[in-house]
Ligand binder design. Structure first.
Ligand code: NAD
Length: 332
């Protein structure tokens, strides 16, 4: 089997090479993203492997099918960039529904600790031999109340980590996990109680119509003054303009963002030589109490291994048996 791999980053290759060799699969890596201009590169391949910013629209799907490509293997969970409905019956769409939840949950805690213990400031100071502690006062997490919104795979792990720190963990989920509640690790409450009681709020729910801008001006007005907001889930869960206003008004104490609503054209790439057009992101990054990472929470060796193993496994299963449990259908 021959796979054309698009939007390749250096960190993708070691794990994919390992599982390709085990499975006797050949991978050709392309740096370019898959779109209408680059689709001809897929000629002679059995499958394409794509990520979150490749454009797999109807025209690309039709051309892939005409070239004899039989599968689109997403090396991520989300598939909003693929016209799944159009692909039905023409070409199989496969994905990686789950990988190390520890990667994302641990990154969330890393951001929280960095923020409240001012590690990002201290690191820069000590490199300049500035050993002053002025302005670096943090606070203990022990005894604080954290509100976890979404207690699926990642939210549950994050809740357990917080429990380990001796925090009170409140949770909100459209579908509460009874076993988690019964274990005593979290107490499920309403969304308004999360806002009213939490000193720290962490988002781990998916982006849906229900959760779009779940953190907006109204929600922020219900939060405690000084609340720390963590978002390692999806950018559009937060109305960034409302967040910026609440930070300027000194109502939000700190924000840690691994995702941003308009991240598509910026994140994953080196834009350091460019003028940033997005004034809201630029202003957020300029704040002393905001930390932004570039959709990095998934990036651990273990998660990359899981992703490569599942992606190659998906393709082998499809080509050997005609079936794959991780195939996406438009009815999903
Ligand atoms: P999951 O499906 O296991 O859990 C999601 C949870 O959210 C479920 O318990 C679900 O019931 C709950 N939920 C659904 N609708 C809700 C609503 N309206 N209000 C509250 N809760 C709701 O997903 P997961 O694997 O834990 O991933 C969580 C999020 O993390 C996903 O949105 C994913 O996109 C994001 N993520 C980010 C990165 C990153 O690198 N930053 C990596 C992986 C996943």
């Amino acid at each position: 089997m021959k796979i054309a791999f698009f939007d390749t980053k250096k960190y993708d290759m070691p794990a994919f090479d390992e599982y390709a060799e085990i499975s006797g699969v050949t991978i050709k890596y392309f740096e370019t993203r898959l779109n209408q201009d680059t689709v001809e590169l897929a000629q002679g391949f059995d499958a394409v492997c794509v990520f979150v910013n490749d454009t797999v629209n109807a025209a690309v799907i039709d051309r892939l099918a005409a070239l004899g490509v039989r599968a689109i293997a997403l090396r991520c969970a989300g598939f909003n960039n693929v016209d799944v409905k159009h692909a039905e019956g023409k070409i199989a769409v496969l994905r990686v529904p789950a990988y190390s939840p520890y990667a994302v949950a641990e990154h969330t805690m890393a951001l929280l600790l960095s923020s409240i213990r001012r590690i990002h400031k201290a690191y820069i100071r000590s490199r300049d031999f500035n050993f002053s502690l002025a302005g670096l006062t943090g606070f203990d997490l022990h005894g604080k109340t954290v509100g976890v919104i979404g207690t699926g795979r990642i939210g549950k792990v994050f809740a357990r980590i917080c429990e380990g720190f001796g925090m009170h963990v409140l949770a909100y989920d459209k579908y509460p996990d009874r076993a988690l509640a019964d274990s005593g690790a979290v107490r499920y409450v309403s969304l308004d109680e999360i806002f009213a009681e939490s000193e720290i709020i962490s988002l781990h729910c998916p982006l849906t119509e229900d959760t779009y801008h779940i953190i907006d001006e109204k929600a922020l007005a219900k939060c405690r003054t000084g609340v720390v907001l963590l978002n390692t889930s999806r950018g559009a869960l937060v109305d960034a303009e409302a967040l910026l206003s609440a930070i300027k008004a000194r109502r939000v104490g700190a924000a840690c963002l691994d995702v941003y609503e308009e991240e598509g054209d910026l994140f994953f790439e080196d834009n350091s030589g460019h003028i940033l057009e997005d004034d809201i992101l630029a202003r957020l990054i300029s704040m002393p109490n905001v930390i932004v990472t570039s959709h990095q929470a998934f990036l651990t060796a273990e998660a990359l291994e899981n992703i490569a193993e599942t992606t190659i496994g998906n393709l082998v299963s499809l080509f050997d048996t005609g079936k794959c449990e991780n195939e996406v259908h438009h009815t999903l």
